[in-house]
Design a protein around this ligand. Structure first.
Ligand code: ADP
Ligand code: ZN
Length: 591
């Protein structure tokens, strides 16, 4: 059968009119009883590929999932759509009832943690009644090549093999080629069972900007982005300081999150954020795993992320609902300096790999070409030259040929002995004499006063550029010294093209237009949101479980007058219509 036969059920259960991306292909395979590994990016809608079959077939779909928080999130969503779902975890008190319901064939969907799924008791339960499908979420956990190996996942195989007729569906968002092949082998899925969706997240707008004043830049960015968002900061202290500054500058609810806070506080921050429509969390990278909030509107990085992979994963937390979202990264020369310094502390065997990661980041921040194209190429895809939805596509920076200036700069670094900071080198180059310069005799050097007028303003940005390209590096004490690429640049062997520094660009570099699909402030939209908040609180779920923003926007613009009209709005399934339809119609009637 094709997945199209399930379109009516897709509409009545989830309120969706069509499958997205590779969903149809995956669902068709599941319905045909074939083993499948689905690799789809965050927000592609992986859960639907087993939730829809769960409603369509008679038996129960068993979902192995590693994080209790994620499971309960999914459970709430599934139940709100009218799916008979339950979970067996250490925090569920209704254990016996759930097992009985399963035995009686009264469940569509059963979530279970891997350590429990591999136990005797669960095997007995499965033998009492075979499931319709084994879905293995976060399947990269089964592979030692993956970034999150979990030994429990390895023990699933005997359970799967005990039910050879039950189809398997492994799902993951993050798996390189090596990991994918390993997952197939580990879970006994034939190579033809791989369904690979592209990495692209077209609704995320990427912006990268030099850090000039992080708090001010972020406050401007946030002003253009009224929805919820995450600001990643490099240190724990940094998250707290940034939270204070942003709260003062934006008037929005801002909370800090890092591993140094006690568990209760962390849970509180996470809970509040998930429920919030405008909250901001300043966080270390400890925040985000296991958060399934679909309406995160922006992810900002106050400093350089660890690698392109982690950048992509972290920014991927924005815009799961498919609405416009923004990612902003602020970077400085000192980020590269610090990261390169840390290379020195690594075991020899890891240095080359880490240096390559850092250089890839250097290319991302430095490029005047499409950021998305660069990211996707990094993941082995061949994207179009321009995406039309990143800073460089939207506001193409002009390029400056700084080859000669770079030669002058490196000469000055060289002649002053590779030990002075950027400020001193700049003073020498521009011929600004001071006591320190005179006492060191630097005013007698041939490079003294070599840079005049307009070009002087390019020195600091050029230091950043050369730092990102490994032509410059820093000493222990913060002085500039040559990096591996320095000599070739000084000799003029490699051209140095750089982007026009942001202050001169006609458009703002970091502010952006914002990810503002929502008509914030529109009275009807706000009234619908208020009702959604009330109903969500009553049901004990986050607002997005009631309806996504897109559904509220459609209600505000279409103004359905009857339940039948309301049912036409994307995202309004039969169950939600019955539970909440009248309440929303009543709001619309008042306008
Ligand atoms: P993933 O697990 O792949 O990150 P989810 O399963 O959480 O993604 O789905 C992301 C969002 O997309 C959810 O909010 C879901 O409601 C929505 N979604 C999934 N499938 C569709 C579809 N066919 N049409 C519209 N929205 C969809
Ligand atoms: Zn682009």
């Amino acid at each position: 059968m094709t997945a199209d036969a399930l379109l009516p059920l897709l509409k009545s259960t989830f309120g969706f009119d069509a499958f997205r991306g590779k969903q149809a292909e995956v669902v068709a395979r599941v319905m045909a009883g074939e083993h499948t590994l689905a690799v789809m990016p965050t927000g592609a809608g992986k859960s639907l590929t087993y939730q829809l079959p769960a409603v369509a077939v008679a038996g129960c779909v068993v979902v192995v999932s590693p994080l209790i928080a994620l499971m309960h999130d999914q459970l709430r969503g599934a139940r709100a759509a009218g799916i008979r779902a339950a979970s067996l975890t250490s925090v569920d008190a209704d254990f016996a009832d759930t097992r009985q319901a399963y035995r009686d064939g009264q469940l569509d969907l059963l979530y279970i943690a891997p350590e429990r799924a591999t136990g005797e008791g669960f095997r007995a339960l499965m033998e009492a009644r075979a499931p319709a499908l084994f879905a293995i979420d976060e399947a990269h956990c089964v592979s030692e090549w993956g970034h999150d190996f979990r030994p429990d996942y390895r023990l699933l195989r005997p359970l799967l093999d005990a039910f050879p007729d039950v189809p398997r569906l492994a799902l993951t968002a993050t798996a390189d080629k090596h990991t994918r092949e390993d997952i197939l082998v580990q879970l006994g899925i034939a190579a033809e069972g791989l369904v690979l969706a592209g990495f692209d997240r077209p609704n995320i707008r990427y912006r990268v900007s030099p850090r000039i004043g992080a708090a001010k830049q972020l406050a401007e960015f946030i002003a253009a982005n009224p929805g919820p968002g995450i600001v990643y900061c490099p240190t724990r202290d940094g998250t707290e300081r940034m939270a204070e500054k942003l709260a003062a500058a934006t008037g929005r609810p801002v909370a800090a999150y890092h591993a140094g806070l006690d568990a209760e506080r962390r849970a509180q921050v996470q809970h509040d954020f998930v429920a919030s429509e405008d909250g901001i969390v300043t966080a270390t990278v400890a925040f985000g795993m296991g958060i399934d909030k679909p309406d995160v509107r922006f992810v900002a990085h106050a400093g350089l992320p660890k690698s392109i992979e982690s950048y992509y994963q972290e920014t991927g937390r924005a815009g799961r609902d498919g609405d416009p979202a923004e990612a902003l990264m602020l970077w400085g020369a000192e980020d590269f300096a610090r990261a390169r310094m840390r290379l020195g502390e690594l075991p020899e065997a890891r240095v080359a790999g880490e240096r390559a990661r850092l250089n890839a980041l250097g290319a991302l921040v430095e490029t005047v070409e499409c950021r998305r194209a660069l990211l996707l190429r990094h993941f082995g895809e061949t994207p179009p030259e321009r995406c039309g939805n990143c800073d460089n596509c939207l506001e193409p920076p002009s390029q400056i040929d700084a080859t000669v200036l770079a030669q002058k700069l490196l000469s000055a670094v060289y002649r002053t002995g590779q030990s002075y900071g950027a400020g001193h080198v700049e003073a020498v180059l521009t011929g600004r004499s001071d006591e320190r310069i005179v006492s060191r005799g630097h005013d007698k050097l041939s490079v003294f006063g070599l840079v005049e007028g307009e070009e002087a303003r390019l020195i600091k940005p050029l230091v950043r550029t050369l730092m990102a390209r490994e032509a410059l590096s820093t000493t222990e004490h913060g002085g500039l010294m040559f990096g591996p690429a320095g000599r070739a640049v000084m000799k003029g062997e490699v051209p140095v093209l750089m982007a026009e520094p942001p202050a001169r660009r006609t458009k703002r570099a970091s502010r952006g237009e914002g990810a503002a699909a929502n008509p914030v402030g529109d009275p009807l939209f706000e009234a619908l949101r208020a009702t959604r908040r009330e109903l969500a609180a009553e049901a004990g779920v986050p607002p997005y479980v009631v309806f996504h923003d897109a559904a509220l926007r459609a209600m505000a613009s279409e103004r359905p007058a009857t339940l039948a009209e309301l049912a036409q709005i994307p995202g309004v399934g039969a169950r939600k219509l019955e539970a909440w339809g009248d309440a929303f119609l009543a709001v619309i009637r008042q306008f």
